[in-house]
Design a protein around this ligand. Structure first.
Ligand code: ADP
Ligand code: MG
Length: 338
């Protein structure tokens, strides 16, 4: 199920701004010219890239719309790798934060801005049913205990129908688009963008989708150090306490609350949708399949990368972590039906 890509000889296209010293870049496979995104773990959480890969595989098994992450090897570094979510010429990604800034008049921008569920909801008003997809992501986050769903960790993807663009009667539009095409610019640099995008939208040449779920690596207990794993493996009360302490980055009325508490708050308005998603998760949940996937996730890694493998204890912890969180989700469903 998991694939390994050695990207050492691939072409690095663009380094992405990094916090700290980890490698993170877009890279092209010279064989098929496909673009990928590679990132290694941040120093203090060496197993983080494994959380990203495992979260992606679990999410897919449970029916969520996950970006597929696999193992990437760059020189002597192991990390995770995924295909680009955007096609360079005709698509662009817009982060949640940008939508919120447009929708919420007095929104305070800071390094770690306060993201309230209500503001997210407001920002999706122009985008039909995206709020339901956002809630699905919150349910997924509650299953993996994601601590970092800040507003650059979800996005919409805007696609322009390049095929039919030529036939549009708007001469200005054609001029601007030709100019952009000739210069090989990225869609994000298209001239007179705001005007163009609204014109294209009116002409039904723009399609917007909620992106696949990405950047879910701050999860599955990745901050628990190797030496502390046993505490949680041998003591269920401790693990339950740890899980209860996990909080959602998306807040409710200015407060950070537990993932499950947040879903409870959403019940009055979105209860039916939440129940439907959880029922689907339960119908797909196969503990043995998840166990097998986790135990074998690093089997194919060559012997010289031994150190990057997951310890058996961490695999056991991740398995237990998911089992406990699934139990919480089931509880939420039975309460929902009361
Ligand atoms: N597969 C992808 N396709 C296109 N853009 C991506 C992809 N993966 C990440 N990005 C962009 O790079 C940014 C950083 O990636 P992310 O996985 O969130 O890393 P980090 O953990 O450092 O935040 C994302 O917010 C997104 O804008
Ligand atoms: Mg991110």
């Amino acid at each position: 199920m998991v694939k390994i890509f050695d990207i050492t000889k691939w072409t690095i296209k663009e380094w992405v701004q990094t916090i700290g010293t980890r490698d993170k870049f877009f890279v092209e496979n010279p064989n098929d010219e496909k673009l990928y995104f590679f990132k290694e773990s941040i120093g203090k959480f060496p197993s983080e890239f494994w959380s990203e890969i495992i979260a992606s595989k679990i999410g897919t098994l449970l029916g969520f719309n996950l970006l597929d992450y696999n193992i990437g090897i760059y020189k002597t570094t192991v990390g995770c790798i995924c295909e680009s979510m955007v096609e360079q010429k005709s698509q662009e990604l817009e982060h949640g934060i940008s939508l919120i800034k447009k929708a919420v008049k007095d929104f305070r921008v800071s390094e770690r801005p306060l993201i309230l569920f209500n503001d997210v909801e407001k920002s999706f008003i122009p985008y039909g049913n995206f709020i339901y997809q956002f809630i699905e992501m919150l349910i997924f986050d509650s299953i993996i205990g994601n601590q970092d769903r800040h507003s650059e960790n979800w996005a919409i993807i805007r696609s322009i129908d390049v095929e039919n663009l030529e036939y549009n009667n708007n001469r200005f539009l054609k001029w601007a688009y030709e100019k952009y095409k000739q210069s090989g610019l990225h869609l994000r640099n298209i001239p007179f963008k705001k005007y163009l995008l609204s014109t294209l939208k009116d002409a039904a040449l723009v399609n917007i989708q909620f992106s696949k779920i990405y950047d879910s690596g701050s999860s599955l207990g990745r901050e628990i150090s190797e030496s502390n794993i046993n505490t949680y493996l041998t003591n269920d009360t401790e693990l339950k306490k740890y899980i209860k302490k996990g909080q959602s980055e998306v807040k409710w009325e200015n407060a950070k609350i537990n993932h499950f508490e947040l879903l409870k708050k959403l019940r009055p308005k979105f209860g039916t949708h939440i129940s439907k998603v959880i029922e689907n998760v339960i119908s797909k949940y196969d503990a043995d399949k998840i166990k097998k996937m986790i135990y074998s996730i690093d089997n194919e890694l060559a012997a010289n990368f031994q150190e990057s493998r997951l310890s058996l204890e961490r695999k056991d912890l991740i398995i237990k972590f998911i089992e406990f969180r699934i139990t919480e989700i089931k509880l939420l469903l039975s309460e929902n039906q009361d």
